[in-house]
Design a protein around this ligand. Structure first.
Ligand code: NAI
Ligand code: ISE
Length: 345
């Protein structure tokens, strides 16, 4: 059976997911699309040669009998509304990060899903599907460097668009580390502090860029994450775990090593689409397969909620310039069987 999928939001990642489902993956077909920019949605149908109907809005698409499952790739602040509507319609939904822009919004989704009685929601935290992060997790789970003590991370974007404003360094960018590190370490966060170095003269729109995020986990592991979204030189993701008997680093994406013109060089990727291309493919294929089986095997609404609680605390820490405690609460029974299945390597 082919999973008939409707996509809400045909911007950058919406188009990317449409392309991979149409040309790379198996078992799914895009039968419906919508975007507030209707012209763009029509163009995507044309360019990708989709046999898909363009709906006037997300709600009409969700209600359509032609659609089995949904992908939400519209702007972050619209996710909550569409995910709640999908749950009400009893349809599985893959929602790009963030699940909602506030913990309160995510909690409404968690409550609605539990009231529905069956998991329907997967959140697009694709780093859990990255082979590099999976290898790192494997090393930690098998005690290859002893107990983890510290983690040093960097999340660098070359530049960001003018729509990237306010707290997005936290709510749009840092959220990837918040999700993947709790999965990697099998731990949750206890507190956060944010320190701001001198701001880059190349940062636009009043952004304080870079920032340094200092997290502490319940087990006492200390994490520092540099978020620098105008670093100019490339899309650069770093993660080093320091354990009791060694260190383990996230591998660099593979690239040829050149000796030329008296220089030894390797390329650095510049686009997030390329850095995690394989992870997105694996993630969406897993979602299609799991949805057909009627299960959620990737990051759940609970994971999306926890990330939002931590992200809210980070925003508070930045504003107050102090150390903010984090209490994510106990995972409900409902979500226990669904956690971290993609982590088993
Ligand atoms: N997992 C990942 O690595 C990535 C995730 N994302 C997430 O995906 C989402 C979309 O990001 P981009 O594609 O980069 O943004 P984008 O701005 O390129 O595309 C978003 C699209 O949603 C449409 N849209 C906005 N409100 C809508 C509504 N109410 N109904 C229908 N369409 C609506 C816009 O017109 C636009 O075409 C964001 O939440 C972002 O955080 C984006 C990039 C990478
Ligand atoms: O999710 C993503 C974007 O939305 C976000 O704006 C970037 O900072 C991240 O690196 C990218 O992975």
């Amino acid at each position: 059976m082919t999973l008939k999928i409707g996509v809400i939001g045909t911007g950058a990642i919406g188009q990317d997911h449409i392309r991979r489902i149409t040309n790379v993956l198996s078992g799914g077909e895009i039968v419906a699309v919508t975007d507030v920019n209707q012209e763009q949605a029509k163009q995507v149908v044309e360019v990708e040669k989709l046999n898909a109907k363009v709906y006037e809005d997300g709600h009409a698409l969700i209600q359509s009998e032609d659609v089995d499952a949904l992908i939400v790739t519209s702007w972050g602040p619209t996710h909550e509304e569409f995910v709640l509507a999908a749950i009400k319609a009893g349809k599985p939904v893959f929602c790009e990060k963030p699940l909602a822009t506030t913990a309160e919004g995510c909690k409404k989704i968690v409550d609605a899903e539990m009231a529905y009685g069956k998991p329907l929601v997967q959140v697009g935290y694709m780093r859990r599907y990255d082979k590099g992060y999976q290898a790192l997790k494997n090393a930690l789970d098998h005690q290859k460097i002893g107990e983890p003590l510290m983690v040093h991370c960097a999340h660098r974007n070359p530049t960001v668009p003018d729509t990237y404003i306010g707290d997005m360094a936290i709510t749009d960018t840092l959220v990837h580390e918040i999700d993947v590190l709790r999965w990697l370490l099998n731990d949750d966060y206890a507190s956060v502090q944010i320190v701001t170095p001198r701001t880059s003269s190349l940062a636009k729109n009043g952004l304080k860029d870079p920032i340094m995020v200092l997290l502490e986990t319940n087990k006492g592991i200390r994490i520092d994450v540099e978020v620098f979204v105008n670093c100019q030189f490339g899309y650069d993701i770093q993660c080093q775990v320091v354990g009791e008997t060694g260190t383990a680093n996230l591998p660099e994406p593979s690239s040829i090593i050149m000796r030329s013109e008296a220089k030894l060089s390797t390329e650095i990727l510049v686009d997030w689409k390329d850095r995690f291309i394989e992870s997105y493919d694996i993630e969406l294929q897993d979602w299609i397969n799991s949805t057909k089986k009627g299960i959620v095997s990737g990051p759940t609404a609970w994971d999306g909620y926890v990330v939002a609680v931590v992200s809210d605390a980070c925003v508070e820490a930045r504003n107050s310039k102090g150390i903010v405690s984090i209490a994510t609460g106990d995972i409900p029974e409902f979500y226990k069987g669904n956690l971290s299945i993609v982590g088993e390597v």
